[in-house]
Design a protein around this ligand. Structure first.
Ligand SMILES: [Zn+2]
Length: 373
């Protein structure tokens, strides 16, 4: 989302990552819990208060993670691959093409998250209520707070604006009713922008009442939501424009390719330093056998550049993203987004005829928009 994230580990085979923005949230949550605890219970020692605040912050973190795991496990059970979970500033994101199987699947997978938060909220509230006698007040109070926070998570996520869970539920319903995913996404994205601006509006209202911190929070959440809704709608428009073109119409024709037995030193001097390309197809016996990338060359120590060849440094064609010249561009875009290398080779009869990078797609879209305007 904001770029950098750390890998935490795996749960049920699902990779869990934490966005760097979460550090801010973790500190903020711990600090606000600490303030609440020390204000509510005057006799509490500072050390105990910090410890309790840390414990409840951890449980809050676990609650958000459980919400995302509910999405992920349900998706997996329904045969939709999950690339992982990232926790970030306003919650989490489960990386899966939830819409790939149909409206019924999207409805269930999206709905199960808020439902999980609702159940967790109920459990924590119950624990807070029952625990008043045997846990003692600070602990019971903390559980009650967690209960309320989880209920708020459930309500917020059920707001009917894409890309929130509620927006996905709305999209699934419109999709089922109209039979068109494109129209459903449009409706849900517009709803997302409306909900986002409404939240900003409430934030401004708070501001006029002098409730500064909540106002800033609401405004930034609303802004984030309206932007996310708009960009998912824009991505949909881009996909629709790309549906009508084939890989061949958009690729940069890659006429320069290098022989397999060329020493790396020569490849660097005569190709990478001379042409404006980050990668060159490698040919052997009239066929394209791989792709030599600048990144791959940099991994080899300079002293070995004379002894090594293009063939033993390249990425073999099978490991590269490659598509047929007549492939539809919307599927090519998905392939580039899913693959790690950020580029896709275009083949005709086993021979590379071009290459597609995200900047090729961006340039094409820019030209198309300019011509239409
Ligand atoms: Zn969710």
């Amino acid at each position: 989302m904001f770029g950098n994230s750390w890998r935490l580990g795996r749960i049920a085979g699902i990779e869990i990552r934490v966005d760097t923005s979460w550090v801010v949230i973790a500190l903020l949550v711990t600090y606000s819990l600490y303030l609440r605890l020390t204000e509510s219970f005057e006799g509490l020692q500072t050390g105990v208060a910090v410890l309790l605040a840390g414990l409840f912050a951890l449980l809050f973190f676990g609650s958000v993670l459980t919400h995302e795991l509910a999405h992920a496990v349900t998706a997996l059970r329904r045969g939709i691959p999950v690339r992982g979970i990232t926790l970030f500033l306003f919650g989490g994101a489960t990386h899966a093409k939830v819409e790939s199987k149909g409206p019924g699947e999207e409805f269930v997978i999206a709905g199960v998250g808020p439902l999980t938060s609702l159940v967790l909220g109920g459990l924590f509230l119950l624990l807070g209520y029952v625990g008043r006698t045997f846990l003692g007040m600070p602990l019971a109070g903390g559980f009650r707070y967690l209960g309320v926070v989880n209920l708020m998570l459930a309500v917020f996520n059920m707001l009917p604006g894409f890309p929130l869970d509620g927006g996905r539920v709305l999209r699934a319903i419109v999709w089922r009713a109209t039979g068109s995913l494109a129209r459903a996404t449009r409706v849900a994205s517009i709803a997302g922008q409306v909900v986002g601006y409404l939240i900003i509006g409430v934030g401004v209202l708070f501001l006029t009442q002098g409730v500064l911190v909540s106002a800033i929070w609401l405004a930034s959440i609303g802004w984030f939501l309206s932007q996310a809704a708009r960009s998912s709608y824009e991505e949909l428009q881009v996909r629709r424009m790309l549906e009508s073109v084939e890989a061949e119409d958009l690729m940069s024709p890659e006429l320069v390719s290098i022989p397999a037995d060329l020493p790396l030193r020569t490849a660097v001097d005569d190709y990478f330093m001379r042409y404006d390309h980050g990668a060159f197809p490698v040919h052997d016996d009239g066929r394209t056998v791989g792709l030599l990338t600048l990144r791959g060359v940099k991994r080899v120590p300079q002293a070995e550049w004379t002894g090594r060849t293009a063939a033993d440094t390249m990425e073999p064609i099978g490991e590269q993203c490659s598509v047929d010249a007549s492939a539809r561009m919307d599927t090519v875009l998905s392939k580039i987004q899913d693959g790690g290398s950020g580029r896709c080779l275009v083949l005709r009869d086993g021979l590379v005829v071009g290459i597609i990078t995200p900047s090729d797609i961006a340039r094409w879209l820019e030209r198309r928009r300019a011509l239409r305007a």
